[in-house]
Design a binder for this molecule. Structure first.
Ligand code: GBH
Length: 440
């Protein structure tokens, strides 16, 4: 790596991120069924119809996994909690075994001196709630608030930080408009509702946690820079609309109490009644803002139905996901967040990383391209800090190779290789490089 801790502010946090369904093994410990289990079981949705039943078996191996976090010299661990593990039906009866698991996981972090950074929802909605309409049903905000209360009454006293929802865009647009994630809908009315309800649920969970006296509460947003495919007004409009849908809707809703008009032009006819009245709940004051950043998109106009745009292939080098590598976008977003949305509120990069084939050769993985990717993005974090953005930490995605949603187990994002037959963990070259940078 081309940095050491001395290149960052003294209290800057280095961490890694994971999520519950992607690593735990959902078949263990009495967890209830989720819409991801249902989605994966329907042929055509997920590569080889793989699911998170076993995943990395982190449920049984979390102590050894946290040893890896500790040995790398990392300060913090961003994990998520499974709603259906705590409340198998989504509401009502509590699965004590599930609460016990998050209690032990929390204590295992504290025993190692690792800061626990929780995300309450990283995409696995309990199936009984999905059957009631899921994110299309406004009641989801109250169900989510109740889940938040049950879980935080048990572990909230020991969290370093908490965010309610990972990537509201994915919960809403990717899942209800593009159909790529559970519940796999392609329905603009469902999308408009999910786009709004996901932010009400965020606000409700913040309100619940404030009621419990908790601090250091934030939100985690994914952002992608939108570059027009050519120098025409139509292409510029398409990129502006993509930026509105992807980035400005959520940041604008939460930090300004407004949605971008360019998006409302398409969604307003489908919005739930009196949506404007919900901004009091949505704009709960946050103590920090998290940014998940991976790539940019090149956007071209189309003749199809609203939003009449498409992603086209760009010229930059790509990762194994076919995502362009565009590190500058990270400093651009951190700076834009601070100047347009969050002001002095601390910013964290809550996810950043890349997929690579990562073959295991002679007992190791020589992922030099990942080392370069992390270096180039951390250089952009330093650039944003130098320009005045209050960036307080960086979390690499991910600790382990894991269940990459619709792409099953074939896309590897880990600093640590996982053999999905034996479940053996092998730290990659990037893990060792990061360890040297943080501990030397
Ligand atoms: C993160 O999201 C997730 O939080 C994490 O669970 C996941 O493992 C990680 O990405 C790697 O994928 O638009 O057709 O290219 C990052 C933002 C945005 C990435 C939507 C996937 C969908 C595929 N995500 N994108 S596409």
């Amino acid at each position: 790596m081309q940095f050491t801790r001395k290149d960052f502010p003294e209290d800057f946090l280095f961490g890694v991120a994971t999520s519950s369904y992607q690593i735990e093994g959902h078949a263990f410990g009495g967890a209830g069924r989720t819409h991801w289990d249902d989605f994966a079981a329907t042929p055509g949705n997920v590569v080889r119809a793989e699911n998170g039943d076993r995943a990395c078996d982190h449920y049984h191996r979390f102590e050894a996994d946290l040893d890896l976090v500790k040995a790398a010299g990392l300060d913090a661990y961003r994990f998520s909690t499974s709603w259906a593990r705590v409340l198998p039906e989504g509401r009502g009866a509590v699965n004590q075994e599930g609460l016990d698991f998050y209690d032990r996981l929390t204590d295992a972090m504290l025993e190692r001196g690792i800061k626990p950074c929780a995300t309450l929802y990283h995409w696995e909605l309990p199936s009984p709630l999905a059957d009631l309409g899921g994110w299309r049903n406004r009641d989801v905000a109250h169900w989510f608030g109740d889940f938040t209360e049950v879980l935080m009454k048990r572990i909230g006293d020991r969290m370093y930080s908490v965010a309610p929802i990972n990537e509201p865009w994915c919960v809403a647009w990717l899942s209800h408009f593009m159909g790529f994630h559970a519940p796999g809908l392609r329905d603009i009315r469902a999308t408009a509702r999910a786009m709004h309800h996901v932010l009400i649920a965020h606000g409700r969970a913040i309100e619940v946690m404030r009621g419990l006296g908790m601090q250091n509460l934030g939100g985690v947003f994914n952002m992608e820079w939108a570059t027009p495919a050519n120098d025409t007004d139509d292409a510029r409009h398409a990129a502006e609309l993509y930026d509105g849908i992807y980035n400005r809707w959520f940041a604008g809703g939460v930090f300004k109490g407004e949605y971008p008009q360019i998006v409302l032009d398409g969604l307003e006819p489908h919005m739930p009644a009196n949506w404007q009245d919900d901004f009091g709940l949505i704009t709960q004051k946050l103590d920090w803002c998290g940014l998940n950043y991976y790539t940019r998109k090149v956007i071209a106009p189309t003749k199809g139905a609203w939003p009449s745009l498409e992603e086209v292939e760009g010229p930059l080098p790509k990762t194994f996901m076919d995502w362009e590598i565009y590190p500058q976008g990270l400093s651009q977003f951190l700076t834009r967040l601070a100047t347009e949305y969050t002001g002095d509120t601390p910013l964290y990069v809550t996810e950043n990383g890349m997929a690579a084939p990562d073959p295991l050769v002679d007992g190791g993985v020589d992922d030099q391209d990942r080392i370069a990717y992390l270096d180039d993005h951390l250089a952009e974090v330093r650039r944003a800090i130098a320009g005045g953005a209050p960036v307080k930490g960086y979390f690499a995605w991910s600790l382990l190779d894991n269940y990459e949603w619709s792409l099953g187990y074939e896309k590897r994002f880990g600093l640590v290789h996982v053999d999905f037959d034996t479940l053996e963990r092998t730290p990659k070259a990037s893990y060792h490089a990061l360890m040297r940078a943080l501990t030397e």
